[in-house]
Design a protein around this ligand. Structure first.
Ligand SMILES: NC(=O)c1ccc[n+]([C@@H]2O[C@H](COP(=O)([O-])OP(=O)(O)OC[C@H]3O[C@@H](n4cnc5c(N)ncnc54)[C@H](OP(=O)(O)O)[C@@H]3O)[C@@H](O)[C@H]2O)c1
Length: 272
């Protein structure tokens, strides 16, 4: 194909916007988007890593890529990223993946800056992007959204309380918006992974060496991303990859909530 024909081919394709595409599950989801033939917009704070992944997607899958660097702890930057991404482009897929968490006692004052960042990224910016995407997709004939929540969204999480609460919010929001938006052919899926082998816990000073980490299987980011992408393509509302994770997600429905919080607290507190 000539360069001009290739450029026209790129322009005619739909775009997927992936947040947190510099690492872990988001990086693997950006690969899934490119494999599916979407042009990909990659966002995160680490420009060099985003550029390197964008280049590898261009070469391996012959798609166009754009890197938009921004800090989603600042809601204004979420608005800017959306505005830049959607300008003159049809965004057919949003992967709302960027997120972080902090392991530690809720009363510990030194955890607060990270918890504030967690709320801004996992809740505020994720909501802004979801809202913008639903409106854009509804006006453009439809689309798909994958919100990366967590198994944590099903369980109150003593010693990781704010993170679990943000993921419960995102899971609830995702299911409610899915119900509203389906009439406009906008399909919303919540991906709820259990512990996944990424840098997520390494970024936490407490190292995340809790019992859940030790005993739950830890699939790779690629395996989790493939399960999430497949579920999104099938318009599923919620997906929890892995049999044991499903038991952790749905089993507590049969237990008093207090017991669930007690057991989750023990699993999250003890270190090995
Ligand atoms: N790993 C697990 O066990 C697990 C389990 C369930 C759910 N999840 C969820 O999966 C998602 C991805 O996590 P992961 O495991 O892949 O973690 P990760 O390897 O640490 O990747 C996190 C991604 O989020 C981006 N991010 C973090 N803070 C940001 C900020 N302030 N502004 C913009 N981007 C930011 C990072 O990009 P930059 O650093 O370049 O900004 C990075 O690309 C998260 O929502 C997490 O809650 C993870």
């Amino acid at each position: 194909m000539s360069d001009t024909a290739l450029a026209q081919d790129y322009r005619s394709r739909d775009w997927a916007l992936v947040t947190g595409a510099s690492d872990g599950i988001g990086q693997a989801l950006a690969t899934e988007a490119a494999k599916a033939g979407f042009n990909v917009i990659l966002t995160g704070r680490r420009t060099a890593r985003l550029e390197a992944h964008a280049e590898s997607l261009r070469r391996a899958h012959f798609v166009a890529t754009i890197v938009l660097t921004g800090d989603l702890a600042d809601p204004d930057q979420a608005e800017t990223i959306w505005a830049q991404a959607a300008e003159g482009r049809r965004i057919a897929v949003l992967v709302n993946n960027a997120g972080l968490g902090h392991l530690g006692a809720f009363s510990a004052q030194d955890g607060w800056p990270r918890e504030t960042e967690t709320i801004m990224v996992n809740v505020v910016s994720a909501t802004i992007l979801l809202k913008r995407a639903v409106a854009h997709m509804a006006a453009n004939g439809g689309g798909r959204i994958l919100n990366v929540a967590s198994l944590a969204g099903f369980l109150p999480g003593p010693h990781m309380a704010v993170y679990h609460a943000t993921k419960a919010y995102l899971l609830s929001l995702s299911e409610a918006v899915a119900e509203e938006a389906a009439r406009d052919a906008v399909f919303v899926t919540a991906l709820c992974p259990g512990v996944t082998r990424t840098g997520f816990f390494a970024a936490d000073s407490a190292e995340g060496a809790h019992l859940l980490n030790r005993f739950l299987p830890q699939p790779s980011a690629a395996v989790v991303a493939a399960a999430g992408w497949r579920a999104m393509e099938r318009n599923r509302r919620v997906v929890v990859p892995g049999v044991l994770n499903k038991a952790f997600a749905f089993g507590p429905r049969l237990l008093p909530r207090r017991v669930t919080a007690l057991v989750t607290g023990i699993l999250l507190k003890r270190r090995w």
